[in-house]
Structure formats: structure tokens, C-alpha cells
Design a protein around this ligand. Sequence first.
Ligand code: IMP
Ligand code: MG
Length: 194
Amino acid sequence: MPSTPAEQLAPLISADDLQARISELAREIALAFAAQTPVLVGLLKGSFMFMADLARALHRQGMAPTVDFMIVASYGAGTQTSGSVQLLSDIETEIRGRPVLLVDDILDSGHTLDFCLRRLRRDRPAQLRTCILLDKPARRVIACPTDHVGFTVPNEFIVGYGLDYQGRYRELPGLAVLNISADTPTGRKTNILI
Ligand code: IMP
Ligand code: MG
């Protein structure tokens, strides 16, 4: 008889470790932009928590970035990228001639970042760098420039700290690996994610 899949979370990166790494990223970013003031462009929804902490960490480095967001969608209900990215909401900021830092939660196939970089380049920013909290290189399909990376992660489905599974788990203060298992007819557990 089919059973309801069970979701299990395995801690991956603690809230404290995230904050420590974000402080280091802010130092790197402050050096890279020198005395310039970048526009931070975050990709919603996944990057909302990272953007908030990164903006505060940049403030502690003496920077006064402005903040804008794009809403993009590439995922259906499951965990695999669809490959086609949709722009649901664009930035409002005039970025022509300005330094821009594109901020995202996780780089997986690369479709999302590639799409957003192309969109932003059209407006001819003076400088365009990327800051990605998590890099999952095992699943890359499109090569993307990653200037600032928080952590390299294994090929697992990760939730928490803004990252979701079907809209859930974004509120977790740390990151966890999500495993979903279901009983097979033989009584063995099988992982049905990825
Ligand atoms: P990409 O276009 O395949 O690089 O996927 C990027 C987007 O997919 C990210 O911004 C996330 O929203 C989502 N994503 C990719 N991997 C994961 C994951 O492990 N957990 C949660 N969301 C993910
Ligand atoms: Mg995302």
C-alpha cells in the first residue's frame, strides 16, 4: 500500500556559520567595489534572507548599497529546474553606468543566473558582479561567473534560510538537507528527491 512520503531534515550549515561567512563575503565585496556604492539586485524569493543579512554586513564594512529585487521563476512544483526562466517582476533602479552586485541563494543548473545576467547587462551597468550564497557545481548546465561564493554544497536538495521546498522551510535560520522517502512495495525506503 502506498504511504505518505516522509520529509526529514539533516542540518547542513548553522545560523552562526552562515553569519560568519556572510561577514567575510562583505569584506571581499567591499574590497572588490573599492569606494563605489553598488546596487544590490536580489532574486526573489529565495535570496530574501541572504540579502537582508548581506546588506547589514556591508553596512558594517562602511558601505551604503541600494537594494532592488527581481522576481524570477524557473521551478515547477518539484525539485528539478525547468530550464526556462520567466521574469515575473523587474528592477526599478536605473543601473546604467552604476556598479551592480547580483545576489542569489543558490546556483544550480545556472539557467536562472544566466538569464538575470543577460537581462542586467542590457542596461549597461558600469560593473556587474555576482554573489551566490551556495554553489552546487555538480548540476551546472550553463557556465556562470561566480565572483563571491559563500559555500560549495553537495548535490542534495537544500532548504532553509530563504530556500524552500514547495513554499515551505524558508523561515529556518540555518540550512538543512531535505530527504523525502517513501516505502516501496518491498518495504524498503527510497529517496524520491533528485
Ligand atoms: P538554477 O536556475 O537551476 O541555477 O536554479 C536556481 C534556482 O533554483 C535557485 O535560485 C533556487 O531558487 C532553486 N534551487 C536550486 N537548487 C535548490 C535547492 O537545493 N533547494 C532549494 N531551491 C533550489
Ligand atoms: Mg531562487
